[in-house]
Design a protein around this ligand. Structure first.
Ligand SMILES: [Zn+2]
Length: 312
């Protein structure tokens, strides 16, 4: 008897093939899913185990008890043995005490006290101050790129009121810009010889290496200094984006801070020539957002001693 040919066989084979393919696909999908979950967990683990310097330094509320030393560079460093600046004085008010950024190398604290005293004695008003550094310096989670070694301070152009400011005023005071509302020129209603003198007094201390001002302010200083035939002091005044309601004073490395890294010295010219043209472009007048760089800086990116300082 002739064997019957069942058409089922190819169908069965096809079915088997489909089942095989499906399970192969399922396996591969499951494998991919498992792999994806593993990679995800691995990434999370990596993120969690990273030591972000800004988070570490931000949480430390007190200074170290060691000798005062500035370590590293202005934008990648830390500070040992900081001194704190009281919020009030006859000669100044320091804004936003809640930020805990009123710490500095003793050189900076003495600079602030001397300079504000001189302004008070010369002009009859004190200063309004912004941030110095955190208790052990280091990168900040928001705000400044530098201010990491206790050698930088922001000083507002506004005069200190005669009466001491209360805590609420210190936290909420909004210093005015000295630029016009369209931010293309100096606001002549606000700007005066006082500001010229203020900046000149601020540069007098030999420890000052640079003062950053908005390029429009540097330009105004150049015009005024030329009229007064008084160009010598201008070389330390450096144009930099932003800095229209405050100027930023930077001191050079203290003598006993062996690990402190100075910036190159400013050259001897007043900086009032063609160099200033570069800064007059609109995108150079106002700050770029470089917060991310300092926020995600790792503890291992800082000088080695900063790890020790963060753990003392
Ligand atoms: Zn500053």
């Amino acid at each position: 008897m002739e064997k019957l040919r069942f058409p089922k066989k190819p169908l069965l084979q096809r079915l088997k093939l489909i089942i095989k393919l499906r399970s192969a696909l399922m396996t591969s999908f499951s494998a991919k899913l498992i792999l994806f979950i593993l990679i995800f967990l691995f990434d999370i683990n990596l993120v969690l185990s990273k030591e972000y310097a800004s988070e570490i330094f931000f949480k430390i509320r007190t200074e170290t008890n060691s000798e005062a030393k500035s370590i590293g560079s202005y934008s990648k460093g830390c500070l040992a043995g900081a001194e704190y600046l009281p919020n009030h004085s006859l000669h100044y008010e320091a804004l936003k005490p809640s930020r805990n950024r009123f710490w500095g190398h003793p050189n900076l604290i003495s600079y602030i006290k001397n300079t504000s005293k001189e302004v008070f004695e010369t002009h009859g008003n004190g200063l309004i101050l912004g941030d110095l550094s955190m208790p052990r310096g280091g990168p900040m989670p928001y705000g400044h790129k530098s201010h990491q070694t206790g050698l930088d301070v922001d000083i507002f152009y506004e005069r200190k009121p005669d009466l001491a400011m209360n805590r609420f005023e210190l936290e909420t005071f909004k210093p005015r810009s000295v630029l016009s509302p369209n931010q293309r020129e100096i606001n002549e209603d606000l700007w005066s010889d006082y500001h010229y003198d203020l900046l000149k007094i601020a540069t007098k201390d030999d420890r000052v290496t640079r003062i950053f001002v908005n390029p429009l302010i540097k330009k105004e200083l150049c015009v005024m200094a030329e009229e007064k035939n008084d160009m010598d002091w201008l070389k330390k005044m450096r144009p930099w984006a932003g800095h229209y309601n405050h100027f930023h004073v930077r001191l050079s490395c203290p003598k006993n801070s062996e690990l402190c890294i100075n910036q190159a010295d400013v050259n001897n010219s007043s900086g009032c020539g063609s160099e200033l043209d570069f800064w007059m472009k609109k995108d150079k007048l106002f700050e770029s957002n470089s917060t991310k760089i300092r926020k995600w800086m790792l503890l291992s990116d800082l000088p080695k001693s900063c790890r020790k300082i963060s753990m003392e």
